[in-house]
Design a protein around this ligand. Structure first.
Ligand SMILES: Nc1ncnc2c1ncn2[C@@H]1O[C@H](COP(=O)(O)OP(=O)(O)OP(=O)(O)O)[C@@H](O)[C@H]1O
Ligand SMILES: [Mg+2]
Length: 282
């Protein structure tokens, strides 16, 4: 399957009189890390929800490669390679790390089954269970590739030691890593990361940063929202800054960081940790 560009085209989402996302155009290409920044209430999470299909736009569309995915359900988008991690890790707490990863891998297994039977891409969502059943009866179910992906991801993220640990017993840093690992097991073309560094210490954040670069180098497109502006600016290839539902600046991270609107509206209030450590500043 070709690795497609994720594109927001003129997206609008209104809540009553409030326009949370206001004619947003955004392109997240394969192999690149795209950042999305903005102050509280800028519309970042709403835009994420429109891209993943959790919310429907009032205007505009979402494209994945050459396909308009605007009307597709979130699970169908995910099977097509648009994979998300959540601000609150959404792992199954009573399952082992390896079993959590298997759940992630299962998503793409269905698509793989459809591909083996030569089903056209639009038909795969509906017929994949059938296809899977047929393949299983024929003894052709691709179990090998699924477990192989899990083992590869465990190994490459240094998680082999905790493969049989119950996920719910892990500390936050490890949980976030497992959440990321599970997303990788779905073999994403585009990975949407909502606050992946939240709750991580400096060392874990550095590790995440390196993982993001490695993942992008393998051709995966990444879209990241995070309040850690230093992480975002240090790791992204391009960045979009939103204020009041609109994109006010986009492009090269250094240029966006220097943009007067971004500086006055966002960066002035972003380094909260630094400000909090200065006596006398509210
Ligand atoms: N379901 C909803 N109903 C009504 N208003 C909403 C809803 N979801 C979001 N909003 C409003 O839309 C605007 C954008 O919210 P959103 O959560 O997208 O911002 P954000 O950039 O993610 O902010 P934060 O950095 O605080 O996470 C805000 O004014 C918010 O109050
Ligand atoms: Mg948000």
């Amino acid at each position: 399957m070709s690795r497609g560009v994720l594109q927001a085209v003129g997206l609008v989402r209104r809540y009553g009189g409030l326009t949370a996302v206001d004619h947003v155009d955004l392109v997240a290409p394969p192999g690149m890390i795209t950042g999305l920044i903005g102050p509280n209430g800028a519309g970042k999470s709403t835009l994420f929800s429109l891209l993943t299909g959790v919310e429907q736009p009032d205007e505009g569309k979402v494209m994945l490669g050459t396909t308009d995915i605007s009307k597709m359900r979130p699970d169908i988008r995910s099977r097509r390679g648009l994979v998300q991690t959540f601000q609150v890790p959404s792992l199954f707490p009573t399952l082992t790390v390896a079993d959590n990863l298997l759940v992630g891998a299962e998503n793409r297994r269905r698509d793989y089954a459809g591909g083996l039977l030569g089903l056209s891409a639009p038909g795969r969502g509906r017929t994949s269970r059938l296809a899977e059943g047929v393949l299983e009866k024929l003894g052709l179910a691709p179990k090998g590739p699924v477990t192989q992906v899990v083992e590869e991801v465990l190994e490459s993220l240094g998680l082999s030691d905790v493969r049989d640990t119950i996920a719910g017993t892990l500390p936050t840093g490890a949980l976030r890593l497992v959440e990321f690992a599970r997303a990788l097991c779905a073999r994403p073309d585009i990975l949407l990361l909502d606050e992946p560094a939240s709750g991580l210490d400096a060392e874990e954040t550095a590790k995440l940063s390196e993982l993001l670069r490695r993942t992008a180098a393998e051709g995966v497109g990444i879209l990241i929202v995070d309040h850690d502006v230093d992480l975002v600016f240090s790791v992204v290839d391009q960045v979009y800054a939103m204020v009041g539902g609109r994109v006010v600046a986009s492009g090269d991270p250094q240029e966006v960081r220097g943009d007067p609107t971004v500086r006055s509206v966002y960066l002035a209030q972003a380094p909260l940790a630094a400000a909090a450590s200065q006596p006398g500043e509210a």
